[in-house]
Design a protein around this ligand. Structure first.
Ligand SMILES: C[S@@+](CC[C@H](N)C(=O)[O-])C[C@H]1O[C@@H](n2cnc3c(N)ncnc32)[C@H](O)[C@@H]1O
Length: 205
């Protein structure tokens, strides 16, 4: 059976021009996906439905759709979503994009896998709402569902992530808890920088 064609939806009325719309004038702003993430999902037995929350330009969504996952990417940058959908359309990937505010999203139970890559920062200003978001996702994903979080391993971010999961009181099996290096290359200046990341993948019991 042929894969469904990629398509974009734009939910009017609740989305402002996103900051990232201007950043995404640079193609593939955040570079390549982490090899470790693709390696994990290449070897993961079940191909299923995957929600990429804050998918940006599709850095993860596109290669995961190529691996056979049915991917839904949501982001409030219509530029990022349009770029992702255009690329996915050329390859007829099973990838849907939705421009919306992820804090208004409430269909977590519909997905086998929920991915948050570089979406949680736990900076003072956003700490409470990010912790509440994580708590809500952990509660709402289905039993057997996978939660994959990639987060900068600086300061107390990883500690807060794990404490927030523990505080839900829910049972999760840890499928992966590893450290990786993200290399960011600034295409204009040619300058590159390295950042430690934690990849934390859980299965809800
Ligand atoms: C640091 S980028 C990460 C993009 C992608 N996950 C990746 O790793 O390449 C953060 C993304 O989150 C999106 N974003 C931030 N706040 C959002 C919100 N409230 N609703 C939807 N998208 C949001 C931004 O537009 C941006 O694309």
């Amino acid at each position: 059976m042929a894969a469904p064609a990629a398509r974009v939806a734009y939910r009017k009325g609740n989305v402002q021009m996103a900051d990232y719309d201007s950043y995404y004038q640079t193609e593939d702003l955040f570079g390549k996906p982490y090899a470790e993430l693709l390696d994990f999902f290449s070897n993961f037995a079940q191909r299923g439905s995957l929600l990429d929350l804050g998918c940006g330009q599709g850095r993860d969504s596109i290669p995961l759709a190529r691996l056979g996952y049915t991917v839904s990417g949501i982001d409030n940058s219509k530029v990022g979503i349009a770029q992702m959908i255009e690329k996915a359309g050329i390859e007829k990937l099973p990838l849907t994009g939705l421009v919306t505010d992820l804090y208004a999203f409430d269909r977590y139970q519909d997905f086998d896998i929920v991915l948050l890559d570089s979406m949680l920062h736990f900076e003072k200003r956003d700490m409470k709402r990010e912790m509440e978001l994580l708590d809500r996702i952990a509660n709402e994903i289905k039993a057997g569902g996978i939660l994959c979080i990639c987060i900068q391993d600086t300061g107390k971010k990883v500690k807060i992530l794990k404490e927030t999961i523990n505080n839900t009181g829910l049972a999760f099996e840890i499928l992966n808890d590893s450290s990786l290096t993200y290399v960011y290359e600034d295409k204009e200046s040619g300058h590159s920088s390295k950042t430690r990341y934690c990849m934390y993948i859980l299965k809800k019991q």
